[in-house]
Write a protein that binds this ligand. Structure first.
Ligand code: AMP
Ligand code: ZN
Ligand code: FE
Ligand code: FE
Length: 271
């Protein structure tokens, strides 16, 4: 049976596996297709494309952009865009710059509450070419013994609205959708069940192409609800596990997926 997991992270963002290891895992689990959707980077594709070809896995271009809508944090999935489009590569560079400044603001806030982390420690991570964000800062806090695990780091210090959180806005959802469209891709609302509030209706009025209705931690009634919304708005439907490897244990690659029809509705571009 054809199954394609369209949401997972490699170690180019906050996952633990290399792109190649993700492809091999997908193969060993009997998946037919995959899209690697790292946060704000497409770096995984250089290695993922030859690995997928060798393994006979259908690979679709993907990315998960961190965005802001009415001051709320929203994740947008981009699919089937041209990986070489300058709009995408320059947008990823802009995110890198944004995160560089934001990570330092978080470090400053942590230092103020007597949890110092040297900038050089951050630089060492950034120099690997990976997208560095709060999950990595949480790991540094664990390594230093400031917290017992990264859950505690988020809940007490760096989670949304906490004392060392940086609330500076990311790029807008509108801009992110425009970038994906300029690169001939499709923009999807990621894990919609996490969005709560009246503002969702305004969000859904933006020119999205689809909704991620099938998601590992989404309850069946929620899935039904979002499938209905997608149908009513004539939007495409995607699905994936949001697998991160060891950094988010409990989620297996392939637990959420799309079938062959949905896969080909989303992906027309072969890599
Ligand atoms: P960033 O993109 O740097 O803002 O980090 C966001 C990432 O941090 C998310 O994709 C999650 O993987 C992780 N994250 C956010 N909130 C929490 C939380 N409360 N507990 C654990 N991880 C979280
Ligand atoms: Zn993540
Ligand atoms: Fe997300
Ligand atoms: Fe994700």
């Amino acid at each position: 049976m054809f199954r394609a997991d369209l949401h997972c992270h490699s170690y180019y963002s906050d996952g633990t596996l290399s792109p190649e290891a993700l492809i091999h895992l997908a193969k060993s689990l009997g998946l037919s297709g995959l899209s690697i959707t790292d946060h704000d980077t497409i770096a995984a594709y250089k290695e993922a494309i030859p690995a997928a070809k060798a393994a006979g896995i259908l690979l679709g271009a993907g990315v998960e952009f961190s965005c802001t809508f009415e001051k709320m944090s929203v994740h947008i999935l981009g699919y089937d865009f041209d990986l070489n489009a300058p709009e995408i590569t320059s947008f990823c560079s802009k995110h890198k710059e944004r995160r560089y400044l934001r990570n330092r603001r978080i470090l400053k806030k942590l230092a103020a509450i007597k949890f110092p982390i040297e900038e050089t420690e951050l630089e060492a991570l950034e120099n690997t070419g990976k997208v560095i964000g709060r999950p990595h800062i949480a790991e540094l806090m664990v390594a230093k013994g400031y917290v017992k695990n990264s859950k505690e780091a988020f809940e007490r210090y760096i989670g949304d609205g906490r004392i060392a959180y940086d609330s500076t806005e990311s790029f807008s959802v509108e801009e992110s959708i425009a970038v994906i469209h300029a690169a001939h891709g499709k923009a999807f609302v990621a894990h919609p069940h996490l969005l709560v509030g009246g503002w969702i209706h305004r969000l859904l009025d933006l020119p999205f192409d689809g909704i991620e209705c099938y998601y590992a931690r989404c309850q069946p009634d929620q899935i039904k609800r979002w499938l209905k919304v997608a149908q009513k708005k004539q939007l495409l439907v995607s699905g994936g596990s949001d697998f991160h490897g060891g950094s988010k244990p409990g989620i297996t690659l392939g637990v959420s997926w799309v079938d062959e029809t949905l896969f080909h509705q989303i992906f027309q571009r072969s890599l």
